[in-house]
Each structure stands twice: as C-alpha cells, then as structure tokens.
Design a protein around this ligand. Structure first.
Ligand SMILES: [Fe+2]
Length: 266
C-alpha cells in the first residue's frame, strides 16, 4: 500500500504570507501534485503545525481544500496549532478531548497522536489521558505492525534549536511503546528531511510546506531558511517501509532532449 506524509503547512489567513512564502498556495500545489501522481494512495497524514497562529479562518481554509481533495486525510496538531480553534472547525476530538485517532489498513494499525502542549512552550506533551489512549490502541493492535504519526519527535535529533523543544518526558513515551510492534515513527516539527532509527524503531521527518530550518544555525542569517518543500510517498510491502521524499515544487525537465537516455536502461 501507499500513503502520503505531509507536515508543517503553517497556514495563515488566505492572502497573507509567512516569512515571504504563501503557505496556502503551497498547500494547493502539494495537494494537486498528490492528486495527479498518487491518486492510488490509501490516505494522507499531515503531522501538525496546520496553521501558524491557530486562527479559525486558517483551519476553515484547510477544511475547504480537503473537502475537494480525493484522498482521505488525517490531521494532527503541532505547537503552532490551537486545539480549541481546530475542534471548532473540524470537530473530531477523541474521548479525552484530544485530536487522536487510529485506523486499520491491510493488517496494520496507523495511530495519529496529539502532542500539543500549548503556549508558552513549543515543546510537546504526552500526558496521562493521551498515554491511556495509546496504550489501549497498542493493546488492540495485538502485535500486528503499528505506524505512529506525531508532530514532536520523542528524542533529540541533533539540532541545537529543535532539541530544546522535542517531546517532554521522552523516556516515559518510550516506555509506552515497549513490547509492541512499532515499525516506524513519522514526525514533523523539524522542518528538515531526517531519517534514522531510535530504540530499534525506524523514523523519518520532512521539510515543511512553508519555511525550513537550516541544518546548521547561522549558515543563513535568519533562523528559518528557504529550501525546497517536500511531501513523502511511503510504500509498505513485503515487510518493508520505503519513504520517497519529493521536492514537488522544484521538479522540472533537465536540459536534455526529451527522447535522450530512453530505452537503454538495463
Ligand atoms: Fe512547524
């Protein structure tokens, strides 16, 4: 099966720009590219920072786009989101009032987690009510493959700024996962392409659809940078997870004849 990972879309009010970028135009371009090239995807997951400032009209703009987007899409909250405003527009809270859900596809379980802590902190939180939900869902999965989606990474990623605002109490979160068949964690927050392994669990993250975070602070004179936005097309088959990151806005023909290099790949 295939699914799509998108993150950190940081929508502002329609017509407004953020750090020189137009997040809504980038979202439109992203969704159009996915609908054109990945219409066979089982679902899309957007791992938080849906908006920059949690404005209801920004969530309404997102809802309007998704209503005409042909692929089912699962949303998570990030530190820039406002849970009350989100629920006012989307209204899909779990029993504890958080934005968490589980879906089952092809014998696997996909869990979408709410790690929003709230102002003034930009870090993440996974408290007792949320943990109880996760433990329940992991028990229900009964050893079948589980894929986690969340905004905040529950570990340091080796970035001087991001490591200040990762998930609080990461050791406790790690304990919740022990003994379960967690195959991969897809996270956002970092505004960078990252992949690796944590406690034997594979993970990956993506650039946002808006601004990015330079790998080395100070390599540009601003905190954020202008680097290509990406989404990921994730393939699950035969026990493998393959994550393709696609810089969809920077895809254009190479300087070559359109028939050159065809038919001789073997
Ligand atoms: Fe973000």
């Amino acid at each position: 099966m295939k699914f799509i990972h998108i993150t950190d879309i940081h929508l502002v009010l329609p017509g407004q720009r953020l750090w020189g970028f137009d997040p809504l135009a980038r979202l439109d371009a992203c969704l159009a590219d996915i609908a054109t090239h990945h219409a066979d995807a089982a679902f899309c997951a957007i791992t938080g920072d849906l908006t920059e400032r949690g404005e209801p009209d920004a969530y309404a703009a997102l809802k309007k786009r998704l209503e005409r987007f042909p692929i089912e899409t699962h949303l998570m909250l990030g530190n820039h989101d406002d849970r009350t405003a989100y629920l006012h527009v989307f209204g899909d809270a779990s029993a504890s009032g958080h934005v968490q859900k589980a879906i089952a596809r092809d014998g696997s379980t996909f869990l979408f987690l709410d790690t929003l802590k709230g102002p003034p902190s930009s870090a993440g939180l996974y408290d007792a009510p949320r943990s109880a939900w996760l433990m329940s869902e992991l028990e229900k999965a009964a050893g079948t493959p589980v894929y986690l989606f969340m905004h905040h990474p529950p570990f340091d990623i080796g970035h001087d700024l991001m490591d200040l605002i990762k998930l609080d109490d990461a050791e406790n979160f790690a304990g919740l996962l022990e003994g379960h068949n967690i195959r991969h964690i897809f996270f956002g927050h970092a505004h960078r392409t990252i992949s690796g392994q944590w406690r034997g669990i594979a993970f990956s993250a993506l650039p946002g659809l808006s601004h990015q975070l330079p790998l080395v602070s100070g390599s540009v004179e601003t905190v954020y940078s202008d680097e290509p936005p990406m989404y990921a097309a994730v393939l699950l088959a035969n026990g493998m997870t393959i994550v393709h990151s696609d810089a969809f806005m920077h895809r254009s023909p190479a300087l070559m004849h359109k028939d050159a290099e065809r038919g001789d790949w073997y």
